[in-house]
Design a protein around this ligand. Structure first.
Ligand code: ADP
Ligand code: MG
Length: 263
């Protein structure tokens, strides 16, 4: 048996709250296979972003294990961690906050190519053009500043930056939530195309089950830091068993419509 791309077990992160502690992530376990999309869904405050930050080691857990590409990710450091980090990228909800707004598009894409030694200085301009084309942007945008381009274009730049290092897994934390409906559908289409062509796995975090149903193979539904239920995305969303799953489905009235837009 081969091990999954990512195996998370017993992940726990506690925060102090009014003299007590709350578990933002409470004994969370899941796995992701290569080329697969697992969605983490749940209401605001259920621990989705905490899990995303734990995956990237932006914060460290109080307990649990993360095995990524066959290695113990939490015990890695130095050059080994830097090398592995290139394989695990993140896209955030707000690219204006995640990217330097005054940087040019070219600069944003040059950074990962340089830092991770993906391409030489002479090769990088051509790589940047290829990346822009890859995410459906005109190479003519390279000289524009991040704050000058549209929200949809910015999120495409964020995706281009994420795939620049040829990751096997991209964590997307509400990456399409701030986009209007038609732009959201285009970005979902792009993510599906990239996954098919480059076999990238996604940990796709969203509070919106319509979007989850359109993009995810499997879903885990979080409630107050715990996984309330998980399984095949359509099976769970079409017939949720948990109280939180039922509440989220009731809050997503246009499930079938969003799916049509993305297909
Ligand atoms: P979600 O992304 O699902 O909205 P979060 O992971 O952001 O949820 O938050 C989960 C819980 O952890 C919330 O109760 C939140 O207030 C708490 N929390 C998250 N980050 C911190 C922090 N740095 N310090 C204290 N509490 C936090
Ligand atoms: Mg969040």
């Amino acid at each position: 048996m081969t091990s999954p791309l990512l195996a998370v077990s017993g992940l726990t992160k506690r925060y102090p709250r009014g003299g007590k502690t709350i578990a933002a992530a409470d004994n969370v376990s899941f796995h992701i296979e290569a080329g697969e999309t697992l969605a983490l869904a749940g209401p605001s405050g259920s621990g989705k972003s905490t899990i995303a930050r734990l995956m990237l080691r932006l914060i460290e857990p109080d307990a649990g294990h993360i095995e990524f590409e066959g290695s113990d990710f939490l015990s890695m450091n130095g050059a080994a961690l830097r090398h592995r980090r290139a394989r695990l990228q993140m896209v955030f909800q707000d690219p204006l906050a995640a990217l330097n707004p005054r940087a040019t598009v070219a600069r944003v894409l040059d950074d990962p190519l340089r830092i991770h030694h993906i391409a030489s200085r002479a090769e990088r301009p051509r790589r940047i053009v290829t990346l822009l084309e890859r995410v459906g942007l005109s190479p003519g945008l390279a000289g524009r500043a991040i704050h000058e381009i549209s929200g949809g274009q910015r999120q495409r730049v964020a995706i281009a930056r994420a795939i620049a290092t040829k990751p096997s897994l991209v964590v997307l934390d509400e990456a399409v939530s701030a986009l209007d409906v038609s732009v959201r559908a285009q970005i979902l289409r792009l993510l599906l195309d990239l996954q098919r062509e480059e076999r990238i796995a996604y940990l796709f975090i969203s509070h919106d089950l319509g979007v989850v149903r359109a993009i995810a193979h499997r879903v885990a539904i979080l409630d107050a830091g715990r996984i309330a239920e998980s399984g095949d995305a359509r099976t769970v969303i079409d017939a949720p068993q948990s109280a939180i799953g039922k509440a989220l489905v009731a809050a997503a009235p246009r499930l079938s419509r969003i799916e049509q837009d993305a297909s």
